[in-house]
Write a protein that binds this ligand. Structure first.
Ligand code: UDP
Length: 239
């Protein structure tokens, strides 16, 4: 069963917005179930899956700050939001009989496990899905940076970023009909062209540790499974 997969271990970043589906706020249980199904397909062929979940469907520090809250307090709220999303994802995975655990960068005894790199790796090796929540645990960072950080720490073969668009374009394809899609970009091209793939901290981390990154559309059914067996959906960012 293991023979087809190209990547042994991946780190998938799911934004909070992805969990929101068609709703304007919160979590759409239908979306959770679909994600559980697609993640289960990876586990089924023996791929080890780590997830980093965002919180933008609930709270974002920068938005709360713009509305008058203290930035660090807002970031703390944003990180707590990612823990709620993590719990919802774990629930959906376990209902689909996929063993999973949530780890949080901020200790939350009795609710989720505190992040521990060695325990996380052992869980992945046992075939459990590990959901990394609370981002990096620090304000002024994003869950994109957390995804690259955990991907590097877990020695994942690939970081995958699920977005609404099916890759990286030269301009916003929703607004500019002449926007072209890139199949491959180097880290420096992303930085030089100021392409909005991930924030700069995340791209620099990947560049410094040579962690390949693929941006793809999760809404495209089956794309995730295709990528782990060598498909070229979306855009690859690497050396
Ligand atoms: N956040 C943070 N530190 C981190 C990760 C996240 O302070 O390491 C906060 C930040 O306020 C951010 C919010 O959590 O706006 C939600 O994360 P993010 O915006 O990355 O979620 P996404 O856009 O992926 O849904």
């Amino acid at each position: 069963q293991n023979r087809d997969k190209k990547y042994k271990r991946i780190l998938l970043k799911l934004s909070g917005e992805a969990l929101m589906g068609e709703l304007g706020f919160g979590i759409d249980p239908k979306v959770l179930d679909r994600m559980a199904l697609e993640i289960g397909q990876l586990v089924g062929i023996g791929v080890q899956v780590g997830l980093v979940v965002g919180g933008g469907n609930l709270f974002r520090g920068a938005a709360l700050n713009a509305a008058g809250l203290d930035r660090v307090t807002g970031d703390h709220m944003g990180m707590l939001a990612t823990v709620m999303n993590g719990l919802a994802l774990r629930d959906a995975l376990e209902r689909s009989n996929i063993k999973s655990r949530v780890m949080s960068a901020i200790p939350m005894s009795g609710v989720v496990d505190h992040y521990d790199r060695r325990k996380a790796i052992r869980s992945l090796e046992r075939g459990e899905v590990v959901i990394f929540s609370a981002g990096t645990g620090n304000p002024f960072f994003t869950t994109d940076s957390a995804a690259c950080l955990r991907g590097i720490e877990m020695e994942a073969n690939l970081v995958l970023k699920a977005t609404k668009v099916d890759g990286v374009y030269s301009a916003d394809p929703m607004k500019d009909p002449n926007a072209i899609k890139y199949d491959h970009l180097t880290y420096d091209e992303v930085l030089d062209k100021k392409l909005e793939v991930m924030d700069l901290t995340a791209i620099c981390l990947c560049r410094d540790h040579n962690m390949p990154l693929r941006v793809f559309a999760m809404e495209q059914k089956g794309a995730l499974l295709s990528i782990v067996v060598g498909g070229k959906e979306g855009t690859l960012v690497s050396e």
